[in-house]
Write a protein that binds this ligand. Structure first.
Ligand code: GLY
Length: 385
């Protein structure tokens, strides 16, 4: 199943359960000063959860563009090192605004995973917030997960919030055991204890119940609600039976492009680090520019500049001089332009913005090298005080 087919199946499934398919919101949460970038599907519904905004639907489903770089959920420095971290990724989710709660959320998730996309039931686990006996009993009642595969975890793992403030609540995650081949070397490698590639988190079901304010005080929401998040790339990696998100059809074409241009072969070990970083950053830069962010020295523009220059540094590591990332924009568009038409429409503009920033980076680098060369020469001649 391709990534595009998976996205479609998810949205259609929830539509068949009475959910309205709502388009992804912009990566720039214009009305929310607490957030740098959209980092989860629920962001665009924050005020609906809080009871401040009303929509003509009480159930929604989305495939949401997310960037986790800067802010509470920041994965920038991990990207490329692991099989599953990204600055840009897609989050599929279903939402209930005071409509259904834990029971239906668990039922739908189980049906989608085991019947629609056919994941093996015997490999699935559920984690729950340590004292959430209700969720525990519902997993037992509604699914085939036995009690040994329901794991109680603490706040760090099973209490979700979008930022320091805002809607939040205990959550329950569905994990898949990818088998011994994926286990790490830790002697203690076990579900709930180890975060390695063996125990892959697939889907987070958040039981939205509170609003947390600046002082950390939690007030109950007007109505208990549901917010879920499932990373498209991760599930695609399981369905396509590959060990890394970078080997799914959602990203591999970008890696192949880098191989084609540089003439270098991609390696799946640490030597492939630059390829993964460039592929990931090509997507985030394309989408951020499409949503109106421009490289600058502050705020969102600064994060974009950091991502873009990080990619440009790795392009250099691969022995390539000059603009590179800008020419990957059409590849991103080919892969994702149907689901996100804005990148297709703004393709030329996006290429131009990225090219200018890449050129600037190279100029800065060359000037820096020149100055460094002069200093070194002076030191060698003993002329520097
Ligand atoms: N909002 C749920 C999640 O991002 O995991």
């Amino acid at each position: 199943m391709t990534g595009n087919e998976l996205r479609e199946k998810f949205l259609k499934f929830f539509e068949s359960k009475g959910h309205t398919i709502v388009p992804s919101s912009s990566l720039v949460p214009h009305n929310d000063p607490t957030l740098l970038f959209t980092n989860a599907g629920m962001n665009q519904f924050k005020d609906v959860f809080l009871g401040l905004d009303k929509r003509p639907y009480s159930r929604a489903t989305t495939a949401q563009k997310c960037v986790r770089a800067g802010g509470k959920h920041n994965d920038l420095d991990t990207v490329g090192r692991t099989a599953r971290h990204h600055t840009f990724f897609e989050m599929m989710g279903n939402f209930s605004f005071g409509d259904y709660f834990k029971r239906d959320a668990i039922t739908y998730a189980w049906e989608f995973l085991t019947e629609v996309i056919g994941l093996p039931k015997e490999k699935l686990y559920a984690t729950i917030f340590y004292d959430d006996n209700e969720a525990h009993d519902l997993w037992l009642e509604l699914t085939d997960i036995p009690k040994e595969r329901i794991i109680r975890l603490g706040e760090k793992d099973n209490f979700w919030s979008m930022g320091e403030t805002g809607p939040c609540g205990p959550c329950s995650e569905i994990l898949i055991d990818r088998g011994e081949n994926y286990r790490c070397d830790a002697p203690e490698c076990a579900i709930g204890k180890c975060d390695c590639d063996r125990w892959l988190e697939l889907w987070n079901l958040v039981f939205m119940q509170y609003n947390r304010d600046e002082k950390g005080v939690m007030t109950p929401l007007p109505k208990p609600s549901i917010d879920t998040g499932m990373g498209l790339e991760r599930v695609a990696s399981v369905l396509q039976d590959v060990s890394s998100n970078y080997d799914t059809d959602l990203l591999l074409k970008l890696i192949s492009y880098i191989e084609g241009v540089t003439g270098l072969k991609y390696r799946r070990d640490e030597k492939g680090f630059p390829f993964r970083v460039i592929a990931d950053h090509a997507r985030s830069c394309t989408f951020l520019v499409a949503d109106g962010v421009l490289p600058s020295n502050e705020g969102r523009g600064y994060v974009l500049r950091r991502i873009l220059r990080r990619a440009a540094r790795f392009v250099k590591v691969l022995g390539w001089d000059g603009p590179f990332l800008c020419d990957m924009v059409p590849v991103v568009v080919e892969l994702m332009g149907e689901a996100y038409p804005e990148i297709k429409e703004k393709q030329d503009y996006i290429r131009k913005v990225i090219r200018i920033e890449e050129e600037r980076f190279h100029e800065t680098l060359q000037e820096g090298m020149k100055v460094a060369g002069e200093i070194i020469a002076k030191v060698k001649q003993g002329g520097l005080e």
